[in-house]
Design a protein around this ligand. Structure first.
Ligand code: E4P
Length: 217
């Protein structure tokens, strides 16, 4: 499973990128707002740092303006992936941009039928939002499973990008189901390493190494 980092914070991306954990980045208007940066400037900076796709989201909701924004975002860097909402206007823009060779991430997906439509429109990525479904007592992982089944049934090449990930368990469950990509905040990716037995085991080894006077170099 590929890891995308769901943030526009440069330092946080760099830290994980240096560890080889970053296959791409996703941003959205809320994350841009949080960063306090200009979308074009920060998108260029992230694209320079990361080799994989960097999702930058359009803000218009009507077809003409959305297409204009999408085309402009695509000029910022070769690895920009234009993010469009799951509306008919968004799917129309998706069809055109993917036809021109631009990667498109269709976002705000909350149903298998929406994911099916996005695949038919040629989306590079579909972003089902797990956490936001969990928030309203619908199991977000069931949606990932349904989309996996449908895409595999028909050989759709659209990649499932599990989004709105809130915990390390979400990462594990998305990987077990076979999501192609999971995008998560840096803190969630970092939390994946935690295990109390690793911490207590290491503390014991350090103590015993001291008692034994072990010196390697
Ligand atoms: C990523 O592409 C999405 O915009 C993001 O994962 C949404 O996450 P949230 O539901 O935590 O805002």
């Amino acid at each position: 499973m590929k890891f995308f980092v769901d943030t526009a914070e440069i330092d946080a991306i760099r830290e994980l990128n240096d560890l080889g954990m970053v296959d791409g980045v996703t941003t959205n208007p809320s994350l841009i707002l949080k960063s306090g940066r200009d979308i074009q400037e920060v998108t260029r900076e992230i694209c320079d740092m990361v080799e994989g796709p960097v999702s930058a989201e359009v803000v218009a909701t009507d077809f003409d303006q959305m297409l204009k924004e999408g085309k402009h975002l695509a000029t910022l860097a070769p690895n920009v992936c234009v993010k469009v909402p799951l509306t008919w206007e968004g799917l129309k823009v998706c069809k055109i941009l993917t036809g021109e060779g631009t990667k498109v991430n269709v976002t705000l997906c909350f149903s298998a039928n929406q994911a099916l439509l996005a695949a038919k429109a040629g989306a590079t990525f579909i972003s089902p939002f797990i956490g936001r479904l969990d928030d309203i007592n619908i199991d977000g992982m069931d949606l990932i499973q349904d989309i996996r089944t449908i895409y595999d049934n028909y050989g759709f090449e659209t990649e499932i990008l599990a989004a709105s990930i809130r915990s390390a368990n979400h990462m594990k469950d998305a990987a077990l189901i076979g999501a192609d990509v999971a995008t998560a905040p840096p803190a969630v990716i970092k939390a994946m390493i935690n295990h109390p037995l690793t911490a207590s085991g290491l503390a014991q080894f350090v103590k015993d190494a001291e008692s034994a006077g072990i010196k390697i170099v």
